[in-house]
Design a protein around this ligand. Sequence first.
Ligand code: FMN
Length: 195
Amino acid sequence: MSLPIPTDAPFSDTQRMWLKGFFAGLGLSAPTGGATTAMEPAATGEPLAILWGSQTGTAEAFAKQLAKKAKALGLTPTIYDMAAVDAATLAAMGNVAILTSTYGDGEPPDNAAALYASVMAENNALLAGVKYSVFALGDSNYPAFCQCGRDFDSKLEALGATRVSPRVEGDCDYDTPFATWSETLLGVLASEAAA
Ligand SMILES: Cc1cc2nc3c(=O)[nH]c(=O)nc-3n(C[C@H](O)[C@H](O)[C@H](O)COP(=O)(O)O)c2cc1C
């Protein structure tokens, strides 16, 4: 069963991608070469690396929520503590979701510090194959609001990675921005996997 989005429907490209992916996740689109039945996840095992940088566990908890949602859509998520990832490992990861808070005065949380330093020190087009999106957690009472997430986002782009959906920033209350970010990102990935 297919559910086309009318060409004159008032959606942006990002919204169209999201809707396409959302319908795909519900089994409401027919991938080329085969029919799907309703409610069958459409994305067949596409890997997604989920990296978290967190001082007190908030970003890590959202990383786990993202993994659950990704699985439900038929993706294959793997969660990584940023302390276990370096720039070279990141370069080989393919689809990457980054969830990170900011600490100190605009600094990365401790477990993200080494990866942050190695990524910021790169100046080659190291990440050409990476497709990524950033969810930044912070508190606008601090002058360097969400700085760590912002830095990862802009540096990854500068290193040749492709931002598959826009960075979303949460200001102390994260549930709504996380829902927006995760649904947009997973919609794009599921849509690509179903294409
Ligand atoms: C000591 C301290 C410093 C912080 N510095 C910043 C900051 O510079 N910028 C920012 O946006 N948020 C800052 N925050 C807010 C945290 O990013 C926010 O509380 C976040 O939810 C923590 O998430 P986590 O548990 O994943 O580390 C700071 C919080 C603390 C306690």
